[in-house]
Unconditional design. Sequence first.
Length: 253
Amino acid sequence: MPGSELPRIKTFLAAFARRRAARTVDLPGGFAALDDAFALSYANNQVVIDGAADPAALPALADEALGHLPYRLVTVLDDAVGQACAEPLVRAGYAHSVYLVMLHGGPVPDGGRAEEVDLDALRVPLARRWRDFLPEADETVIRQLVERRETGRRGADTVRFIGARTPEGEVAAWADLYLDPASGTAQIEDLVTSELHLGRGYGDAVLAAALRGAADARCGTRFLTADAADWPRHWYERRGFSVIGRCHGFERI
């Protein structure tokens, strides 16, 4: 049934955040996932709510867990809990984003013209893309956002960086593939195409290779998350993904 995979996906997301973290602190309704080596990376230093939580208490809880940082990020994996937490967190100064859990259905494409790459191959295009996204960020921030990618290798049993190269050998598009064959679950994360190479099919090649890799690993639950307010969700829908749930992000700078 549609949405029946959601409990497994939420378990996967929570476990990934715990495993990737350098340290965790258990909290009512969830935990803080922290990494002092990447203190400028929000994704590496956040509160994750994966159970029942007291919405009114959450702003103070986040302040206590993340008080050593100049920002706050709270991720709520359950849709109903996230909706309940929205009002007190927005009142406390947080911006609220909704993320769609999208499940792949239909035929799995052939692998295409993408391959597994390492971080060395990604550093230059990753840094360039982050400078596009964050033009005011200094080089320390950019460096941490690039190097933090390696911490993802701790998050799942198998983690692959997938890249599609230009004829000259530069990685033009890339994504992470997180695999948990024991539960049959795979996540495709952070699919990005370099600004220099948009519209040339490189993103499609990466997505096809990631889906094929997940299927070959016998992961029948293949999912990703997409911003509900941004255009990529429609791009994914045209490629066989459908929305089965929502999670919530709350950010304060």
